[in-house]
Structures are given as C-alpha cells and as structure tokens.
Ligand binder design. Sequence first.
Ligand code: NCD
Length: 304
Amino acid sequence: MKNLIDICDMSKNEITELITLANDIRANPEKYAEKCKGKKLATLFFEPSTRTRLSFEAAMYELGGNVLGFSEAQSSSAAKGESVADTVRAVSCYADIIAMRHPKEGAPLVASMTAGVPIINAGDGGHNHPTQTLTDLITINNEKGRLTGHTVGMCGDLQFGRTVHSLIAAMSAYEGTSFVLISPDELKIPDYVREDMIEKNNISCIETTDLESAVPRLDILYMTRVQRERFFNEADYIRLKDSYILTPDKLVSAKPDMIIMHPLPRVNEIDVSVDDDPRACYFRQALYGKYIRMALILNLLGRV
Ligand code: NCD
C-alpha cells in the first residue's frame, strides 16, 4: 500500500495485519519508540479537527518521529489561492508522509497524484474517512472479539457523515454483517453507498427513522453528529440537529453486550449520562485511533 485514500484500498488481510500491529504497539510501546526516528509527518488540515490531527501527531511522536503542518486553511497558502496539487508537491520536499483533511471530496486523491510521499486521507468533505474507519474496526474487533456477524446500527446524519460511508464500505466485506440505518428521511445514506456497497454485496439492511425500536436487535450502535458544515441552509440544520438523543432509558432494551460508538465530536446526540455505561466505548475508541495510526504510519513508511 502506498497511500490510504479510501478504505476499499485495503484488503481484509491488510486490515487484520494492521490491527494486529496496532495491538502489539499498544502492548509493547517501547519496541516501537524509535521506529520513525528522523522521519517527519506533515499534517495538512484544511478543515477543523481535534482527534484525527492530534492522534496522528501523537502517533508520530510515539514512534520517535517529528511533525509539521497547519491546522487551518487560512494559515496556509491555500488562502492565497494555491492548489492542493502544488501544496503537496512542495510539502513532499519537507516531509516523508502526509495526512490531509480537506472540505472537498476527492482532494486527497488529487494530492496523491502529485505528491512524492505517501498521502493519508484524514477526511474529505462528506465522502470518506478511512483512518476513522480503521479506528472503528480495531474498536469493534477488540471490544466484540471479532469483525464478523454483527448487526450494526448507524444513527444520525447518514447523508453527510463521511465516517458512516467508510464504515459501511468496510463492514460490508465481513461475513454476517447486517445494517440498521436510522436517520431522518432527509439524512439517509447517499444512493452510491446503498447501491455500490450494500446492495452489490447482498447485505441485509433496514432503513428506519425510529431509534428506540431498532435498539434491541443491535450488536453495535454507531451514533453520529448532524454535520452542520455540510448544510446549505442553517434552518434545516436547526430543524434536524436534535433528531436523536441517546439517553439511558433508550438503552434499557439494548443487548447487555451491545457497544455504543461515536467518532466524536458529539454535540447533543449522546447524553453525558450514558458515558458511565460500560457499553459506551467512544473514549476508548479515541485511544485506539492513536495505535491504529501508529500502525498505519509504520506500514506506509515501510518500517514494519
Ligand atoms: C469525524 C469527522 O471528522 O468526520 N470526526 C473525527 O474525525 N473523529 C466525525 C464528525 O466530525 O462528526
């Protein structure tokens, strides 16, 4: 693998290997502390981020490498009108690997065509977010013991939520996966996700607007934020933003071993009173994100 632009760039075997490596890093961090000595990661973030950028940076530091970059488009030459292709071509002179987030769908793919170093898509518009998906997969694997045979409920903004699109693509490859897609009618998954991933793979899938009646059948409940920045109209956002709020009473009928995930940041969609439920694993999920990114950097730099 040279770049990670789309989760479909990785085979199931490659994903399993990456999870195994991430778990070894987690268990034996000292073994990896100097693996990227002398190497530099550039984080080019044209859109806001907390976990993705900081977990990439922490990952590189914990591998003994260094980090450079910017965290907003306004502080880069994009503000002067520079193209993404030119920016990454220049940054390839300064860094050994680039993690990039951009509001335009496809920007990291374009970047990978001119970059001289590996490009990692750290989120492109409402399209994809493959490293969040790797984070989600290691979380599911470690918390549930396997990646096969799960009924996965995804709730919230399924139209614009890029983490949802990438996770559906990835989970569709595992035997026995079925989906329950819970959203307002206006925020259903895009047709290309339904057709190219779910229908093409003959995956069982139910679409509903009702969270409470869906909960009892789920092995995994993946909550998401309504993606305000992707709306054309603020009034629509305000009308839809609180469509689902997970509270302890809605979990009474859930399976005792159902896990509750969220890519974070949350706004209102999971009440803080749920955080103490042992099934809530979104902060553990954030930690797994660092280990899987360490494994990914090692892999792309050929330092495994
Ligand atoms: C997600 C994203 O950026 O798409 N955040 C993240 O990377 N953990 C989810 C979101 O912003 O809602």
